[in-house]
Design a binder for this molecule. Sequence first.
Ligand code: XMP
Ligand code: MG
Length: 179
Amino acid sequence: MNNDIERVLFSQEDIQEACRRLGAQISRDYEGKKPVVVGVLKGAILFMVDLIKEMDIMTEVDFLDVSSYHGGVASTGSITLNREIETDISGRHVIIVEDIIDTGLTLQYMLNYLNAHHVASAKVCTLLDKPEGRKVTAKADYVGFNVPNEFVVGYGLDYQEFYRNLPYVGVLKPDVYSE
Ligand code: XMP
Ligand code: MG
């Protein structure tokens, strides 16, 4: 599995440091607010676990499952809602936790979803941001790292459902998906 990685972008230590920084920042911003932290399945699971441990506030956790990739390395643009948030989020402060923001289409879809459910506020915390990939205007409130316009895997991010369990984020060798 490690042989399929061209280079490591962010080590386990880099990621832990980012989680500590973002967790502290969110804790300050949401002091006394009891937000609902919503992880986007499946890519955000590892980030979600490490991030919430660094949040020193009362929070609920839930998950939302939306997909736009369907196994390839480029966004299809059509978004499927596979699982809704179970918590009653009406009137609540919601923090979406994402693995990566690329075209911005998924984020745009989720923000519309939250608005339709009349949340008190909606913010987004993403481990990775790929600003060059944007097709629509979309901005994350909390960002771990910016990444170049390359396909990355690991720490929750997959290629055809594999590589999610890598403890770091790396660039996949192009020959792995061009075969
Ligand atoms: P959009 O394009 O809607 O994409 O902003 C968000 C979702 O697309 C997936 N994504 C990636 N997954 N490596 C991955 O493993 C990547 O480089 C990558 N870029 C986007 C991801 O699931 C994210 O939630
Ligand atoms: Mg995803």
